[in-house]
Unconditional design. Sequence first.
Length: 484
Amino acid sequence: MGNKKSTVVKGFVWSLSEKLLIQIVAFIVGIILARKLGPQAYGVVAMVSVIITIITVVTNLYTGTYLMRKKEIDSVDLNTHFYFCLTVNFVCYLVLFFIAPLIANFYAIPEITNLLRVMGVIFISSSFSGVKLILVVRNYEYKKLFFASLFGTVVAGVVGIALAYAGFGPWALVAQHCLDEVIDTIILWIVIKWRPRLEFSFKKLKEMAKFGLPLWLFGILDSLSTRLQSLIIGKKYSSEDLAYYNKGESFPVMIETNATSSLNNVLLRRISEEQDNKERVKELLNKITKICLYIAFPAMIGLAAVSTNVILVLLGKDWLSSVIFMQIFCIALAFKPLEMTSDVSIKAVGKSKMFFVFGVIKKSLFLISVIVCVPIGVEAIAIGFAIASFLAALVSILANRIIFKLSIFKQLSNMLIPLAISIPMFAFVYRIGEQTSLPVWVTLIIQVISGVFIYLFGLFAVDSSTVLQIKKIIKSFKKGKAKQ
């Protein structure tokens, strides 16, 4: 048990490190592009990114997720997955190549055609890295993924920044994204010693499809419910409005993604190993959700408090219209751990049909919010998203009660302490920003330091046991690393 725990913690830390690195470089390139291009031109990049994201979901048929959670896999499983994904991704790229002009005409922005065609190359590249990532997750080899991503991200980031300074505009972001994907794939191909063979089984593909189909349908619904807003804003309002909306969303999403996406694969594999032990699964789910909430609440609420100064320091006055969207999305994503850990756990125990049912309920809330709020305005769309996010978290709590028999009271109580500490922290930090006449960047530093100190002091005073749990996880990682 000790070795497994150490392996999981190390896997999480290496995975988190990899995500942080990618986000930091993308963040730097994004800031440069935002300052160079301004809101109107940056909105074009946002449109392309949204379209690519939706098509990516269509190509993700969750056969990889099935193999990550399957107790035993063989060469035929991996080769079936490889050739199936390669075929699907190639077909999707061809479709994207030919419909790109139609999308450009729809938005009346001609340059979208070539941007989409070039960005779509990542579909082909991802086909060759899919099996490698499955093996990384199954064997907890996140250290290899970290170093592969390190080289690719640094090189792609340097190229992206150079192109931005050279005046290539949105092509800088496209080049950075594509080059990062291709380099990562090449390095993973070298360090993970798996090679495809001429093996394929329709029987095994049918097994994968049986598991993956509900997840795939949910993925499409999820993508539409969370990205439909951007598509509509870009068409109904303006690329400038879309730029403010997406930039305000990007900061809290970056923080949330660094934590939740790193936990996703690690938690999926860990609970898959314990799926026959219901009490252990329930214990893992509750513990990890609690820790995530203790991180998410102060991070999101704290970011909302300093949002004005963050925009001023990083993007400048031209982007101040993004502040309201950043604050709204911070509130929405504070509850995201409840949904994320529930979704991962349901998939890990093989309840894909239940995952689909509860997923449809949650994503229907987002679709309804879009339908109701689109005629009102862009800010109303963001508020509708926040309300739907809170209701989706409540649905996840109900799902945990039904599937894992996890007490609703216990789940709600996990939120009380971090929320009770974060609210006065917000008031104090926000007040500093309103009353201080120091330079903006100095005020921002004071706000961040004050917020961290207030939250940690409150946490130690009220619930030191959770702090000790987090410290034990860090120590177990260090011990495991020392033994290597």
